[in-house]
Design a protein around this ligand. Structure first.
Ligand code: DON
Length: 567
């Protein structure tokens, strides 16, 4: 077990079990556990407190869905940059009776949204409008998603799952160094986009170990605890959201909130070299694009090429390019547009897609289809859970980028997303991740914006073998792709598969993004073949659990405060 201590200044003297609902969890003093091997159940999330709470629920007899829900609520408190109740996401579930299912709680465009709502008077997309402030907000889905998952598949009472989050909000917890840095970096945005100053605004500077108390958020969570889903979508909380919209020129109405529904969907399921991959279908592009990439790859002996060999990196780069070009062209909300999914993932199409692949040279992106740079300030969050009875849950949810729209609902204490930027505001104009889109992903009332989130479960003999996923905007799908290939093809240990440097090509711009540590020799060889490289910050923050006959191994990404727990 590798322990990475967070440097926390303990401001309050506390007893270890001051929270009745979370015995043994000390919110003022905790550290990340990067890797565990356990027997019964495990969880990995972006924050140690959320993982501890998830593990506590597992130990109390909660199933994987219960633990995921408790962790999602906890992350909404201890990880305000991305954990949320004001955003949305996707949950992929495998049940021990063999059922595979998926919950879509993606945000929706408000009823008053229009196709051209982010265009300025010259007809150009204005990224300020779709990325910050109340107009950038999609109708939040997280609370509806949690309740749908719980109603269908949960075991413990909801009150027990939400209470630890309420306690953390009410009594406070010590923030990590990363959270302090992010909060400090966002102060001017918070002031600019909020009319009611939230607790996140600090006249001084945030430091690791400072106690963050969120009374308004605690009240909102209590309403959800006591009134269920309608404690969020109706009544006091809904009124506060609408008042916020009115102060900030947003367009979400009471009816938008009341009408929001999470949707249960059939997951994308396909075979890869004898394993069954279960992942998120549209409106996330994750499933289609991952299936395309693994489908193209399986025609090549990539295991023989080896990890980080010029041959494997070049081949996977070309595969990524082609799949992302299709993403831009064809993918959108299937309840609004017809998407030729079957064709896009068919064996013959994928073979033909690689017909112009040249192992000695880069295929220029504009010979495949048309460019921008992904933003650095991104954040989403993923959690992976397995329980004692063989259930597995993979959840990725988000506010979009760091702290979403920057808007905290006045007197309700939670950040709202800026997910509207994931629509294609105008064909040919990239979103914040440099992703392009067409009519398929244009804005319409009630439509869900295309996502890249790829919560995934890999099954072996119809039992969970890997539970994985990651944040990272456009890079999510390539990170999941590479993690799967690293484990299944290169037989890599899951810790290495999570932490080794990733590379990312998304068709446009025609650049291969690489993380620090990517081998220079591979880069030099590929530059000679016509590739352009650009080093960027982290690519993904994956949480991977591997289940074998004898044990459960969970790994939390070294790139952040991520932590694994279990028993
Ligand atoms: O749904 C999507 O694809 C994006 N809104 C995800 C954003 C994201 O992953 C940001 N973070 N790391």
């Amino acid at each position: 077990m590798k322990l990475i201590p967070l440097i926390l200044v303990v401001l309050l003297a506390v007893s270890c079990n001051y929270m009745g609902s979370s015995q043994g969890i000390n919110p003022y003093h905790y550290s990340s556990v990067k890797r565990i091997t356990v027997k019964h159940g495990a969880i990995a999330t972006a924050n140690p407190l959320a993982s501890e709470i998830g593990a506590m629920i597992l130990k109390r007899g909660g199933n994987a869905v219960d633990a995921a829900i408790a962790a999602q609520f906890a992350l909404a408190v201890v990880y305000p940059a991305a954990g949320n109740i004001g955003g949305g996401g996707f949950m992929v579930i495998h049940l021990n009776d063999g059922k595979n299912t998926a919950i879509d709680f993606r945000e929706e465009a408000p009823g008053k949204a229009t196709r051209d709502m982010y265009l300025d008077k010259n007809g150009n997309a204005d990224p300020q409008l779709s990325r910050n402030g109340d107009l950038s907000v999609g109708v939040p889905g997280t609370v509806a998603g949690i309740f749908l998952a719980h109603k269908e598949y949960g075991r413990l009472p909801m009150k027990e799952l939400i209470q630890p989050a309420i306690d953390l909000a009410e009594k406070g917890y010590a923030i990590t160094a990363t959270e302090a840095r992010w909060l400090n970096g966002s102060q001017s945005d918070f002031k600019k986009y909020n009319t009611v100053m939230p607790v996140f605004v600090n006249p001084g500077r945030w430091h690791a170990g400072d106690t963050l108390i969120q009374k308004d958020l605690a009240r909102t969570l209590e309403l959800i605890r006591d009134k269920g889903e309608s404690g969020f979508y109706e009544g006091e909380t809904a009124q506060k959201i609408i008042a916020e919209m009115q102060r900030g020129n947003g367009i979400i109405t009471l009816l938008d909130l009341k009408n929001y529904r999470a949707k249960e969907r059939k997951p994308a399921i396909f075979d890869y070299k004898g394993y069954t991959v279960e992942t998120m279908p549209l409106p996330s592009s994750g499933g289609v694009v991952l299936q395309q990439m693994l489908g193209m790859l399986q025609n090549y002996p990539v295991d023989q090429y080896g990890f980080e060999s010029v041959k494997s990196v070049q081949l996977m780069t070309e595969i990524e390019r082609r799949a992302y070009a299709d993403r831009a062209q064809y993918l959108g909300d299937p309840d609004f547009v017809k998407v030729p999914v079957k064709e896009l993932v068919s064996e013959s199409y994928l073979k033909q897609r690689m017909a112009d692949y040249n192992p000695d040279r880069a295929t220029p992106s504009d010979s495949i289809g048309a460019g921008a740079v992904p933003s650095e300030s991104e954040e989403t969050t993923h959690l992976s859970v397995v329980d004692d009875s063989g259930n597995a849950v993979s959840v990725t949810y988000t506010l979009n980028n760091l702290y979403g729209s920057q808007v905290v609902v006045g007197h309700a204490g939670f950040f709202l997303n800026d997910e509207m930027d994931d629509f294609s505001a105008k064909p040919g104009d990239p979103n914040m991740f440099g992703l392009l889109g067409t009519e398929a992903n244009s804005i319409a009332p009630g439509k869900r914006m295309l996502s890249s989130m790829t919560p995934t479960i890999v099954l072996k003999d119809n039992k969970p073998y890997l539970v994985l996923g990651t944040p990272g905007g456009a890079t999510i799908i390539t990170s999941v792709f590479q993690t799967v290939v690293d484990i299944l093809d290169f037989k890599m240990d899951i810790n290495d598969a999570v932490n080794k440097p990733k590379f990312h090509e998304q068709w446009n711009p025609d650049v291969v993004y690489i993380e620090k540590g990517f081998p220079d020799s591979v880069k030099r060889a590929m530059v000679k073949m016509g590739y352009t490289f650009q080093e960027r910050g982290s690519i993904g923050r994956a949480e991977v659990i591997k289940i074998t006959k004898d044990s459960i191994e969970a790994v939390a990404d070294d790139r952040g405060d991520d932590s694994a727990d279990g028993y």
